[in-house]
Structures are given as C-alpha cells and as structure tokens.
Design a protein around this ligand. Sequence first.
Ligand SMILES: Cc1ncc(C[n+]2csc(CCOP(=O)(O)OP(=O)(O)O)c2C)c(N)n1
Ligand code: SF4
Ligand SMILES: [Mg+2]
Length: 348
Amino acid sequence: MSATPPAPAAPKTNRLGLPKAEYEGSKSTLCLGCGHDVITKQIINAFYAMGIEPHRVAKFSGIGCSSKTPAYFLNRAWGFNGVHGRMPSLATGALVANGRLVGIGVSGDGDTASIGIGQFVHLVRRNIPLLYIVENNGVYGLTKGQFSATADVGAKQKNGALNVFTPIDCCSLAIELGGSFAARSFSGDMKQLQTILEAALAHKGTSVIDVISPCVTFNDHEGSTKSYKWSKEHETPVHEIGFVPYFEETLAEIPPGESKDVKFPDGSTLRFRGVGRDYDPTDREKALAAIHKSYETGEILTGVLYVEPEKPPFGDLLNLVDEPLQDLPMERLRPSKEALEAIMESLR
Ligand SMILES: Cc1ncc(C[n+]2csc(CCOP(=O)(O)OP(=O)(O)O)c2C)c(N)n1
Ligand code: SF4
Ligand SMILES: [Mg+2]
C-alpha cells in the first residue's frame, strides 16, 4: 500500500493572513534586466511585510517605462496612469479627497525632473502623503534613450553624445524645498531599498525615493554614469538602516545602543548605524552639505538622506476633517445659504 502524500504546505502569510501573491501584479513587459523590475519586486515585498491591505492602496504614475510598472504590483489596488509629468496633481486630488488611501506614485527621471518638475516641487513643499519613487536611469527609456535632466555632466549616450547640462538631483531638491523624507537607493541594493520603502510607508508626508535604476537597453554602457557597473562602484551608503514597524518588537540586525533612532508618529522606528562617516539624517543643512560634497567626490550617497517624521502633512496643515471628503454630504462640504448671507452681512 502506498503512503499518503504529505499535504502541501500552506503558503506563508503576513500579519493580515495574506500570501505574497496577493501583492503581485501583471507580468512585466519591460526589457529583461531592467532596474525598474527589481524596484517592483521590492515594492511588493515592502507592502507585504508592512501588512497593508491592497484595496486601500492607490497607485499613480505618469508616462515612461517606469510609469508602466504600477501594473506589475498590487493588482487589487486602485490605479491611475496619468499624463506625462502630471502625476503629482492627480495624486494630490485623490489623496485629499480620500485621506484614508495609502498613496504610491511611480515616476521616471524624465517624468519627474524634465517635464514634471513643476508638479514635483509643489507636491514636495505641500508634504502630500505620498510615497513617491523616481526610477532614475538618466534617460527617457520609453522613447529610446535621450538624456533626461538627471544625466550627469560628461555622461555618454550610446551614440557617443556627451551631456553638458547640470543635472537635477531630486533628493537635494526635495530637502531644499522643505521636504520631510528624502532617500536614495540603487536597484542593485535590494535590502536597503526594501528597508527604505517600509520606512516610507510609515511616513505621513511625502517620501521622495530616488532609485538609480539602470536602463539595460539604452544606458548601461561604458561612459554611462547610471549603468549597473558605475552605480555599483560609486554607491556609498551613508549608514546602515533598520526599520522596526509599530507592530513588531525588535530588530535583530541593529541592536539599540549602537545607533540613532528616529520615531514615526505611529510608533515605528527607523534605526541608523554609522558606517564611519559623520552623517545626521535629521539635520537638513548637514545633509545638503554632504550631498553637495558628493558631487565633487563622485560618490552616489545612498540611505535615508533626510527625515523629519513630525512635519505636518498637507491635510493637517489645512486642518481637514478626519473623514474622507468624498464621503461628506454636500451640506457639510459647503457653507449653507444662511452662513454665506451672514458673511455677506458682516462685510456690509
Ligand atoms: C506630453 C508628452 N511629451 C512627451 C512624451 C513622450 N515621452 C514618453 S515617455 C517619455 C520620457 C520617459 O522617461 P522617464 O520618465 O525617465 O521614464 P523611463 O522610460 O526612462 O522609465 C517621453 C518624453 C509624452 N508621452 N507626452
Ligand atoms: S528601455 Fe530601458 S527603461 Fe525601458 S524597459 Fe527597457 S531597459 Fe527598462
Ligand atoms: Mg528614465
């Protein structure tokens, strides 16, 4: 008599009892090896690890290979793929109308730093509650590899053309604008990227995450400063980071005592351990100085470059009610006829 085969093991689940498959999306249509696909994988891991219900998430993007990627994660979330460079205003509208959504925006360096720069700066200065990823490959991948506004001076295009224009650094720009969370990572550094994404999900304002994400088809050659090789050789983490979400007790990798802790309002902790350089991610001036210095040394500084968890997000600054505006009846959304008449009377 043959033995009964063992029952298949139940899939691993997160704190909501959901398997990771619940956080996945459609199959990617990007080029094999594209850095953007690695970021997608870490987004899935971060939402799974944080135990966020997929149906509470709203995904936003503009146009570009990067902006296609929200189709590849969190199938059950809401999604809005907007016009090139205009994702911030879409996200602002949706997140103001329903502050209970968890917002994630995925953009490219072209979508953000070229055509979308005007939208990006206002998103950041308003501290809209959005996790905003710039998948930064230094080129317009979707339209075949023209330089974007993040290309470094002297970077070489595949056809040999050199970039002569000063690059825009989305992290230092965000810090300069009074942004409350600015991080840089590299798609080849998956552990750091996932930790940053988890911390960004605990943050209440705009979290800007600039991820160097090589375009293997148009910008991975010798002379490119956004290739895998160049990025690996120049990536310089400013600290080791560990994240303890509010629903977990301890963090094994970085014991307290050897580190600096930054607390988020929900009780989560971001823990920093120095790696031999004096870097304080809560000091805006010093963070900017260190980033500016890195332009001379050629280092690509990565980690959470600046964080200010207590900065009030947009809804608090405007004193919005806790209930989603979209659920309020008209009589609570606009002043009554009597109230308007009373105002007019007071002005006579
Ligand atoms: C208004 C408008 N202008 C120009 C384009 C053409 N276009 C499509 S994607 C793109 C750039 C995409 O670059 P990036 O945001 O860096 O994304 P990547 O493809 O590199 O991930 C451009 C210029 C467009 N679709 N719409
Ligand atoms: S063209 Fe570049 S950015 Fe677009 S999918 Fe291919 S490798 Fe990625
Ligand atoms: Mg690009």
